[in-house]
Design a protein around this ligand. Structure first.
Ligand SMILES: [Zn+2]
Length: 202
């Protein structure tokens, strides 16, 4: 009886400590992330003008844990139409501009940019909370949900879009990553390893 009781107490303490520990780690990670956000400096807006002439500077803003440095709202890039406005930090917007130019995309359908939220089933804030992430569902009519991993012309468009993304973003998630990304690419410039260590480079 005593053995079962000791076992239950140990189990309860382990669960309590690990929950506390994970909360502490998430909280610390979130704090570190906001201190390491890059604002792109004053010259960033000038750099962005090379890639877009249809955007508005919003300055920096904060909402609880969420914070966007040197934010911009972009309606379109010079060679790329967007399905709707996107809000990003200027430095990420410049990377997106360079990226879209290199893949020569004419149209992009996106599923979100800035959005103050945590990662699903986690207490860690998503890169979307800092305006450093973009979700893309279509590139020039190629649909991530339907055309990914297909040996077709549209499949090739997505393959190229993925390969080039590895140059401009630190984290690249595709339908191969997990179920949450079955219908879109997620690109962000948080802490990441680009596409290193991925066994299959598409
Ligand atoms: Zn995303």
């Amino acid at each position: 009886m005593l053995r079962i009781f000791t076992y239950l107490i140990t189990l309860f303490l382990a669960a309590f400590i690990s929950e506390y520990y994970f909360q502490f780690l998430s909280h610390t990670f979130n704090k570190i992330r906001t201190y390491t956000l890059y604002d792109g400096g004053d010259s960033c807006i000038e750099k962005l003008k090379i890639y877009s002439s249809n955007f508005k500077s919003l300055g920096s803003f904060e909402k609880g844990q969420c914070k966007v440095n040197n934010a911009v709202r972009i309606k379109a890039f010079n060679n790329t139409k967007l399905s709707g406005d996107i809000t990003l930090s200027c430095s990420t917007a410049v990377q997106v501009g360079k990226y879209l130019k290199e893949i020569d995309a004419k149209t992009i359908t996106h599923m979100g940019s800035y959005n103050c939220r945590t990662i699903a089933r986690s207490k860690i804030y998503s890169e979307h909370s800092y305006g450093t992430a973009l979700d893309i569902s279509h590139v020039d009519g190629a649909n991530v949900k339907l055309d990914w991993n297909k040996n077709t012309e549209k499949g090739e468009i997505l393959k190229k879009a993925y390969r080039v993304a590895c140059k401009y973003f630190n984290n690249i998630l595709t339908p191969d990553s997990d179920k949450a990304h079955h219908d879109h690419f997620h690109f962000d410039n948080g802490f990441g390893l680009k596409c290193y260590f991925k066994s299959i480079i598409k």
